[in-house]
Structure formats: structure tokens, C-alpha cells
Design a protein around this ligand. Structure first.
Ligand code: UD1
Length: 421
């Protein structure tokens, strides 16, 4: 297995282009199953999760071609007749469950294995199932597979989500575009990836209002057509690279970055002492002189502080001046990076969903192990400012969500390389 070697120290300067959002793309790709005509996505990130979704769609009979060096995906579900999403592919990635709603809407039946994914908590699918049942589907769990059918077609309904789940909102939204009548999703997720999906579905002919708010209304149509859609900027990649100069010092511009994608996170960085400026081309971020301040952080659904930036923020707070309290409210087991950061000299105690980080002057390089996607990149960030050498192993997690991560960090002057095993 490859590892990543980082020599810490040294301020970072330069520009990094931010890719299209992995999480948006993973919801947009299954939307192809809703239409017979082609769906083309541009600004696609080149990641192993996208390759996994490609493989899943192909196993369902869709044609997926990767063009322009992987930045464009041309998909056609004209001949997609298979409605069984097999465990062998689905287990690689939780977002595979996003084929359930589209398959059900297209074929009236679907068999989808329960997914695997990051080891950051139980991550059940009850909200997806309940929502689709409200639309008239009958769903049973047999031998690890969800068997869903809607013999008389899907019918619009009012669905109130107990929690504003991103995936459940996406699955229900896609299924409802082809249901008869009106569907209202209450307490819907408001993440930019939801609005991106709704924008794409509208380009395909769907009638959707209210995305980006708590209430989404969908008027079902008989059929959707083809479209071409650019994937929204990846706000988690943006936030991750914003932390690089905050941790190591310097000034970096994130090309394509927009503050409104990360406003709760940007507010916290400013509170901690960073300077952020929106330019015509992106977001510029620099660390002012001296040590950064400790800040308290509580993760929340959008527009709150994203859980997907919690690990990276913790890496920063390890060397901030004072004590920071981080509360994780979205996932029950998402502090697995803390013991690794402690191997680098961080002073962290974890109790349930709360981590208390007492800032130390400097971290020291150490061999550490990546445990999930965001945890992996938090260890790289910590290594950038640590004294000496850090080796991050199990980096296959990184390939799931960060395109050309070594090249991007090197572009701003980081001393980092990938060691092939
Ligand atoms: C998406 C993102 C992931 C991010 C998460 C929260 C993708 C591909 N992944 O994941 O990176 O960390 O949003 O912002 O977009 N839950 C239930 N029942 C359900 C569904 C979810 O209890 O049926 C719970 C989960 O266990 C979890 C919480 O809701 O504790 C958040 O999950 P959800 O918003 O659904 O996240 P995902 O869509 O899986």
C-alpha cells in the first residue's frame, strides 16, 4: 500500500484549482438512470469513488464514457435494463445507495445491496426507505439486499424527514421527479450538492422548487430528457486547502472557491485569526503573524460547520493558542484521527461526541495511519507544520476524495511525496 511522506515546516504560497464536488457528482451520476437520453457531466473530479460509481452504473447496463482526461462523463441509460445493484460494488462505497430511488422510478422495482463506506458510524438507511415507502414503494430486506417495488408506480406524497439526511433527500428527490402528482420533502437537506442535483434534474425537465431550503416541492413529470451539467465546486476540498496556509503559514488562493460554499467554516477560521478575501478568481487565505487562536466548533447540517471538515479543523487547533472544544453531532464515531494526531504530540481528550484540544507549540512528525477519507487529509495537514518527517500510510482513502493531492500541495511549496509500495 502506498504512503505519503511529508517534511514539515515552511510557509506555503501559490494557487490551487478546486475540483468539482465528489459528493455532488456521486448523486448526479445516478440521475442518468432516470432518462433514456444522454446525461453529460462536466467539471468531474478524478477520484476512485467516481470510478466505483461508473462501475456500478455500467453493471446496471448504462454506458459511461470518460472524456477530456476524466473531467467529462458522458452517460446513457438508454439500454440500462438491469435493476440489481450487486454487493461486490456497493460495499465499496455508501453513496452506491443513491441508485435506489432512480432504479425504482425507472423500472418500478430495484434490488440494491446495503452499502458499506467510511467506518465513521452506523449510517443506516431508514430515512431513504421510509421516504420511498411514502411514495408507494414496498421495501423488504432479504439477505443483505433491499428489495423495492412499486407495482402501481410511485405517487407523490408529503414526506417529513426525522433528520435532514443528504442521501435520503437525494434519493427521494430523484424518485419523486417521475412520481405521479406532487411530492413535498419537509426538513430536507440544504447542502449545495442538493441544489446542484436539483439544477441538473431541472435541466432534464424535472419540476422542482425550494431546493436549498427546508421544503422541496416536486411536481412529477412523465419523462426526463438529456442534459449537460457542470458539477458544483467541492466545498470540502476547498475548506481542506484553506487550512494549509492557516496551519503552515503563508498565503494561498483557491481557484474557483466561493465563500458562500463554506461560510460557517470561514467564520471560524477568521475567529481563529486567518484573513480571507474573495477575489475575482477564487478565495485567498493567509495566516496573520503569530499564533492562531483556539476556537470551539460544533458540526451541524448545512449551513452549519460541515462534519467533513471537522478532522482537518482539529489538525489546525492542535497548535492553536488555548483550548478548543469540538463537538461532532452528525456521526457517532468520527474522532479516529485524534489518537493519530496524539502520536504527533497533540494534547486531545475525547469523551463521547466531544473532543477537547489543548493547543501545543508544535507537533512532531511521526508515522501515522489514515482511518477514513477526511481523517487521512487531516494527518497530511498536521504533517505540513510538524517538525520533521511524517509518514501517512493507508492512503487509498485519500484517492477516494482528493484528486492529485500530492501535486496540489506541491504546487504551493509543500515538501510532500507519494511513496509507492
Ligand atoms: C453525505 C456525504 C458525507 C457527509 C454526510 C453529512 C455524500 C456521498 N456523502 O453522506 O460526506 O459526511 O452527507 O454531511 O454526499 N442517517 C440515518 N438514517 C438514514 C440516513 C442517515 O439515521 O436513513 C444518519 C446517519 O447515520 C448519520 C446522519 O444521518 O448519522 C447523516 O447522514 P446523511 O446526511 O444521510 O449522510 P450521507 O448522505 O450518508
Amino acid at each position: 500500500m502506498d504512503s505519503i511522506l511529508i517534511q514539515g515546516g515552511g510557509a506555503l504560497h501559490g494557487q490551487i484549482p478546486i475540483a468539482g464536488a465528489k459528493n455532488a457528482c456521486l448523486a448526479l451520476m445516478p440521475a442518468t438512470l432516470l432518462a433514456e437520453e444522454p446525461l453529460t457531466l462536466t467539471n468531474v473530479p478524478r477520484l476512485s469513488d467516481i470510478a466505483t460509481m461508473t462501475q456500478l452504473l455500467q453493471s446496471l447496463g448504462a454506458e459511461v464514457s470518460s472524456l477530456a482526461d476524466g473531467k467529462v462523463l458522458a452517460m446513457s441509460s438508454h439500454d440500462a435494463e438491469n435493476h440489481v445493484a450487486d454487493y461486490d460494488i456497493v460495499r465499496k462505497m455508501r453513496a452506491s445507495n443513491l441508485v435506489l430511488g432512480p432504479l425504482l422510478a425507472r423500472h418500478g422495482h430495484a434490488v440494491v445491496s446495503l452499502p458499506g463506506g467510511c467506518a465513521i458510524g452506523a449510517r443506516p438507511m431508514d430515512l431513504h426507505i421510509h421516504g420511498l415507502e411514502q411514495l408507494g414503494a414496498e421495501i423488504e430486506l432479504k439477505e443483505g439486499y433491499l428489495h423495492a417495488k412499486a407495482s402501481r408506480g410511485l405517487k407523490g406524497a408529503r414526506i417529513e424527514l426525522r433528520f435532514a439526511s443528504v442521501g435520503a433527500t437525494e434519493n427521494i428527490l430523484m424518485a419523486a421527479t417521475l412520481a405521479k402528482g406532487t411530492t413535498v420533502i419537509e426538513n430536507a437537506a440544504r447542502e449545495p450538492e442538493i441544489s446542484d442535483l436539483a439544477t441538473c434534474l431541472r435541466a432534464m425537465g424535472a419540476q422542482i422548487d425550494g431546493d436549498g431550503t427546508r421544503t422541496i416541492t416536486i411536481q412529477g413529470v412523465d419523462r426526463l430528457s438529456g442534459a449537460t451539467h457542470p458539477v458544483v465546486t467541492d466545498r470540502i476540498e476547498l475548506g481542506t486547502y484553506m487550512l494549509a496556509p492557516v496551519i503552515a503559514g503563508g498565503e494561498v488562493e483557491l481557484l474557483g472557491g466561493r465563500r458562500e460554499l463554506v461560510s460557517a467554516f470561514a467564520d471560524k477560521l477568521e475567529e481563529s485569526g486567518a484573513a480571507i478575501e474573495q477575489t475575482d478568481t477564487g478565495l485567498k487565505i493567509s495566516r496573520k503573524n503569530g499564533r492562531m487562536n483556539a476556537v470551539d466548533v460544533t458540526t451541524a447540517v448545512y449551513p452549519g460547520f460541515p462534519t467533513d471538515l471537522q478532522a482537518q479543523m482539529m489538525a489546525h487547533l492542535c497548535t492553536a493558542d488555548g483550548t478548543s472544544v469540538l463537538e461532532e453531532t452528525i456521526f457517532e464515531n468520527r474522532f479516529m484521527h485524534a489518537p493519530e494526531l496524539m502520536r504527533m504530540g497533540a494534547d486531545i481528550s475525547v469523551e463521547g461526541g466531544t473532543a477537547t484540544v489543548r493547543g501545543v507549540d508544535r507537533l512532531k512528525g511521526a508515522p501515522v495511519m489514515a482511518t477514513d477519507l477526511r481523517a487521512s487529509v487531516s494527518l497530511i495537514l498536521a504533517g505540513l507544520a510538524a517538525q520533521g518527517e511524517t509518514v501517512v500510510s493507508r492512503v487509498y482513502h485519500l484517492d477516494r476524495g482528493y484528486e492529485q493531492v500530492v501535486r496540489k500541495f506541491r504546487a504551493i511549496g509543500a515538501n510532500i511525496e507519494r511513496i509507492k509500495s
